[in-house]
Design a protein around this ligand. Sequence first.
Ligand code: RP5
Length: 154
Amino acid sequence: MAEKTPLVGIIMGSKSDLGVMEECAEQLEELGVPYEVVIASAHRQPAKVHDWAAGAAGRGMRVIVAAAGKAAHLGGVVAACTPLPVITVPMKTSDLGGLDSLLSMVQMPAGVPVACVAINGAKNAAILATQILGTGMPEYLERIAEFKRRLAEG
Ligand code: RP5
């Protein structure tokens, strides 16, 4: 998808999130959505996260998917730096099973919302991102409609 301007930006806190988040990238590819992937931690590389998020809309992105685990502040920090909608993906964790990630993502302060899919819900994040694109871009609305037709066929 490198030849097209990315419409979805996928950011994750660690290389260790990649195995799960590849499902998000694969689903976006299946739906024909151009995307980019960046690995940056809100805690370890805060300046990189801020710069990437602050520039995303200007570079043509429409939706951001942010994945992180444990004290998963990445999605909230990204949401603080961009006017774009942010879908968060809580990573399953070894100690607390991902409940830590989920709760630290969804409990955002008023004024800075994020959407949040299930623990390890990378594929659903891609589908939701495409649905958001579809509200303003008929080609993606039609791809989701076709996706749902295939789901219904079983
Ligand atoms: C978070 O901490 C990452 O998103 C990852 O899910 C978790 C563990 O990261 P590593 O210690 O494996 O890099 O920041």
